[in-house]
Design a protein. Structure first.
Length: 331
């Protein structure tokens, strides 16, 4: 004989089922309705920096595709760690993202004893947005015409040369640290909050050179205020074909790239991350966006979530021994 629940119990079970169904429908509706408000993208550097420039170009076309404003918020400080840490500690609700660079996303895990966040566990990859060569440059009236000239001058005057960067642990620092190791030279590192400030320091005579993203260097080169000595990539960039590589400039082969990646808090739902990856890839493929990025000496990259995850792991493997070799450590 089948036993049926008592009427009161049947009523309670029906009520629970209704609540469960309503909750499931509400959750499904909320997820399908994403985004239903403005999306914030934090740039952990100042206005005019490379990640700021690329994200503002992408945001213009991303916003209509998502149907909501994409708001850029600059949170500079601690070589990009401040803003990157803010996103790492943010709720994974799909309304806060990060566009950051080599240092805060990879290198600083080996440099800082107390970074305050773990980019490999507290952030999740979305897409590798773009990259660009670093350009080593000096003021045009410096009397230095080639990278070999710069190395020779540093050897002659080991206490006279300072170089600027976009922050402690940034590629603009580590690239020069590697150059110093390869050429047995010395120069004092002076970090700045962004590439425009690093360039301004050269123009003001506060430092003598820098190897920073092309977007900050090339306008000053074209204006005749600075001289480009070499690019940091293995091959000449199609966007700056007149500038030799470091190997072509007569130095040991040194290869690196400044890159910008979009990340999300680790708890962000996978379907939202996949949607952002899909939409940003679509924007990066637009001819108009490519043209605007090329005008800023940037190459759009794109790819899958897994591509970015693999890339970050590869960067960690390649750069860890270089960081250890330089002895760079911050408590």
């Amino acid at each position: 004989m089948t036993t049926r629940p008592a009427p009161a119990l049947r009523t309670m079970l029906k009520g629970l089922a209704a609540v469960t169904l309503a909750a499931a429908c509400t959750a499904g509706w909320a997820q399908s309705a994403w985004p239903n408000k403005a999306i914030r993208v934090i740039v952990p550097y100042g206005a005019g920096s490379s990640p700021d420039v690329i994200m503002r170009i992408v945001a213009e076309r991303l916003s209509p595709r998502l149907g909501q404003p994409v708001v850029i918020e600059n949170r500079a400080g601690a070589g990009g760690n401040t803003g990157s840490g803010v996103v790492a500690k943010s709720p994974g609700d799909g309304y806060t993202f990060l566009i950051s660079t080599n240092g805060p996303l990879v290198y600083n895990t080996q440099i800082y004893s107390k970074l305050g966040y773990d980019p490999f566990t507290e952030l999740r990859p979305v897409v590798l947005a773009g990259g660009q060569a670093n350009v080593c440059a000096v003021r045009s009236d410096s009397g230095i015409n080639t990278l070999k000239d710069l190395v020779a001058e540093m050897k002659k005057n080991p206490g006279r040369f300072n170089f600027s960067s976009t922050g402690v642990g940034s590629l603009s620092q580590l690239g020069v640290e590697l150059l110093k190791v390869k050429t047995d030279t010395f120069a004092v590192h002076i970090p700045y909050a962004s590439s425009p400030l690093a360039i301004q320091a050269i123009l003001q005579g506060d430092v003598q050179f820098a190897c920073v993203p092309a977007v900050a260097v090339m306008p000053q080169v074209k204006a005749g205020k600075m001289r480009a000595l070499a690019v940091s990539t293995a091959k000449r960039s199609e966007l700056t074909p007149e500038i030799p590589t470091m190997k072509e400039a007569g130095l040991p082969e040194i290869e690196n790239m400044a890159w910008m990646a979009v990340m999300a808090p680790a708890s962000t739902p996978t379907d939202i991350v996949q949607r952002m990856n899909q939409e940003i890839n679509a924007v990066l493929a637009m001819p108009e966006v490519k043209s605007r990025l090329h005008a800023q000496f940037m190459e759009p990259i794109g790819g899958s979530i897994q591509d970015l995850q693999n890339f970050m792991q590869q960067e960690l493997r390649v750069m860890t021994p270089i960081i250890k070799r330089t002895g760079l450590k911050i408590d």
